[in-house]
Design a protein around this ligand. Structure first.
Ligand code: EPU
Length: 434
C-alpha cells in the first residue's frame, strides 16, 4: 500500500523471556497531528522527542511541498512555516499516510485555497473522511472531490457548531486545529477524548490558541488572529508502551515501560490483570510480570478510554497462548484482521467471524514465514515470533517501521533474539494466499 517497500525481514528466534526496562519514545499519532497543525503558525516551531519513523519523515517531506522549511536532527525537528503556499503535493506522498488529509484545514486557514489528493493509510477498513468534510464545510470552506483530488477554498473560516456522528480522533484533531484561526467560536460535540487530542490541544494552546474542553466530549475553540512559535516535546507513545507490555506478557517475562502516563494504559493493564498477569504502576511507569500461563479473556475495542483498537492485534497474539478461549471484538474498524491468517500459520487457533475473533488458546506457537499486512498486525506477528518455538521471519516490515522506532533494538535490549536482515528470496510464501 505505501509504495515504500523495503526488502528486509525481521528474523526472530523465539522462546526468550523478555526482561528489563524500556524508555518509550514520542507518540507517532500525536506527532503526526502536530505536524498538520504547524502550518497554522507563521514562524519556526521546534519539536523534540519526535519519533524517527517513516510516517513522520513522509509528513515532513509533505510539509516541504507547501513551502515549509524542515530540519531534522535525530528526534528534533525544526519546521519553519513562514512561507507556506498552496503548493503541490505529489499523490504518492499524500497517499502514503492517512494524516496527509488533516493538513487540508490548517493549510486552508493560511492559504485560502488548497488542492490535496485523497489520503491513504493502513488498510484496516474503509476509513472515510465524511466527518472531516462536513466539519470543514460548516467552518465555511467549499470542498469538492474531483478525480481523486480534494479542491478546497474559503474566504475566511468562521466558527461553527460541529457534531461528530462518531468520536473520530482524526476528525476532532483536524477540525479543532482548523478552527483555531477561524473567526468566532467553534464547538465540537461528541469529540474524541483520546490522549492525542489532548496533547494536540496543549500544543496549540501553548502557541496562543484558545481551546477549552480537550479531553472531554465537548470542545470549544475561540478563534485567534495568529499563533506564536514555540518549542514543544512530543509526549510518549502509548501504543509503543502497550506493545512492549504485551511483549513482556507473551514471553512470560518482566517488562517495565518508563516515561509514560500510566493512566493511558488503563485498558491494557486491566485486561492483562484479568488474564492473570501481575501489573504494578508508578508515577511514570508500568511493569508487567507473567509467571506461568495466562488465561483467556474477552476484549472489545472502544474509543478511549476503552480498549484501543491499535492494541487489538498485539493482544490477540498474546491470547493465542492463553489457557481457554478468548473473544476479541473489533468495533472501530471493519477489517483489522490481517494478523489472523498469519497467526494461524504459526499454529494459533483463531476463527474469524465478521469483526470478532474466537481464539482457542494453544500450548505453543511455532516459527514460520509470515507477512505483515499493516502496522499493528506486524507488531502482533513479531510478538508471536518472540514466543514461538524456532525461527520466525516477518516480512513487509516497512509497515512496522511506520510506528515503532528501533523496534528490534528495543526488543533485543530486553533479551529478544531479533534481527533485521535482507529478505531471502527463498522465503516466498508458498500457498498462494497472499
Ligand atoms: N470515521 C468515519 N468518518 C470520518 C472519520 C472517521 O466514519 O470522517 C470512522 C472510521 O472509519 C473509524 C472510526 O471513525 O471507523 C474511528 O476513526 P478515527 O477517525 O478515530 O481514526 P483515525 O483518526 O483515522 C487514528 C489513528 C489510528 C487509530 C485511530 C483510533 C492516526 C494517524 N491514526 O486514526 O492509528 O487506530 O485513530 O484510535 O492518528 C495506528 O496507529 O496503527 C492507527 C491506525
Amino acid at each position: 500500500m505505501e509504495g515504500r517497500f523495503n526488502m528486509n525481514v525481521f528474523e526472530i528466534k523465539g522462546g526468550k523471556r523478555l526482561e528489563g526496562v524500556v524508555d518509550v519514545g514520542g507518540s507517532k499519532n500525536t506527532a503526526l497531528a502536530i505536524l498538520s497543525a504547524v502550518v497554522l503558525c507563521d514562524g519556526k516551531i521546534v519539536l523534540t522527542n519526535v519519533p524517527s519513523l517513516s510516517d513522520t519523515r513522509i509528513k515532513a517531506h509533505l510539509l516541504e511541498r507547501f513551502g515549509a522549511k524542515v530540519a531534522i536532527d535525530g528526534n528534533r525537528m525544526e519546521i519553519d512555516c513562514t512561507d507556506i503556499h498552496p503548493g503541490e503535493a505529489d499523490e504518492e506522498t499524500v497517499r502514503a499516510i492517512r494524516t496527509s488529509f488533516y493538513l487540508l484545514g490548517p493549510l486552508l486557514a493560511r492559504t485560502k485555497k488548497v488542492e490535496l489528493p485523497a489520503p491513504g493509510g493502513c488498510k484496516i477498513g474503509a476509513r472515510p473522511v465524511d466527518f472531516h468534510l462536513k466539519g470543514l464545510r460548516a467552518l465555511g470552506a467549499t470542498v469538492e472531490l474531483i478525480g481523486g483530488t480534494y479542491f478546497a477554498e474559503c474566504e475566511q473560516l468562521k466558527g461553527a457548531e460541529i457534531y461528530l456522528d462518531f468520536p473520530s480522533a482524526g476528525a476532532t484533531q483536524h477540525l479543532m486545529s482548523t478552527a483555531v484561526l477561524a473567526k468566532g467560536c467553534t464547538t465540537i460535540q461528541n469529540a474524541a477524548i483520546e490522549p492525542e487530542v489532548t496533547a494536540l490541544a496543549a500544543f496549540l494552546n501553548r502557541m496562543g490558541a484558545r481551546i477549552e474542553g480537550a479531553g472531554t466530549s465537548a470542545i470549544t475553540i475561540t478563534g485567534v488572529d495568529h499563533l506564536e512559535p514555540i518549542e514543544f516535546r512530543v509526549p510518549a507513545d502509548r501504543m509503543q508502551a502497550g506493545t512492549y507490555l504485551l511483549a513482556g506478557a507473551i514471553t512470560g517475562g518482566d517488562v517495565t515501560v518508563r516515561g509514560i502516563l500510566p493512566e493511558e494504559q488503563t485498558a491494557v493493564v486491566n485486561k492483562l490483570r484479568e488474564a492473570g498477569a501481575e501489573v504494578e504502576e508508578g508515577p511514570d511507569w508500568v511493569r508487567v510480570k507473567v509467571d506461568g500461563r495466562l488465561k483467556g479473556i474477552n476484549v472489545k475495542t472502544m474509543p478511549h478510554p476503552g480498549f484501543p483498537t491499535d492494541m487489538q492485534q498485539p493482544m490477540a497474539a498474546v491470547l493465542t497462548l492463553a489457557n481457554g478461549t478468548s473473544v476479541v471484538d473489533e468495533t472501530i474498524y471493519e477489517s483489522r484482521i490481517g494478523h489472523i491468517q498469519e497467526l494461524n500459520r504459526m499454529g494459533a487457533n483463531i476463527r474469524s467471524e465478521g469483526r470478532s475473533a474466537l481464539i482457542t488458546g494453544v500450548d505453543r506457537l511455532r516459527g514460520a514465514v509470515v507477512e505483515a499486512s499493516d502496522l499493528r498486525a506486524g507488531a502482533a506477528l513479531v510478538l508471536a515470533g518472540l514466543a514461538a518455538r524456532g525461527k520466525t521471519s516477518v516480512k513487509n516490515i516497512h509497515f512496522i517501521d511506520r510506528g515503532y522506532e528501533s523496534f528490534e533494538k528495543t526488543l533485543a535490549d530486553l533479551g529478544a533474539q531479533i534481527e533485521r536482515v535482507p529478505e531471502d528470496p527463498s522465503l516466498a510464501i508458498s500457498d498462494g494466499n497472499h
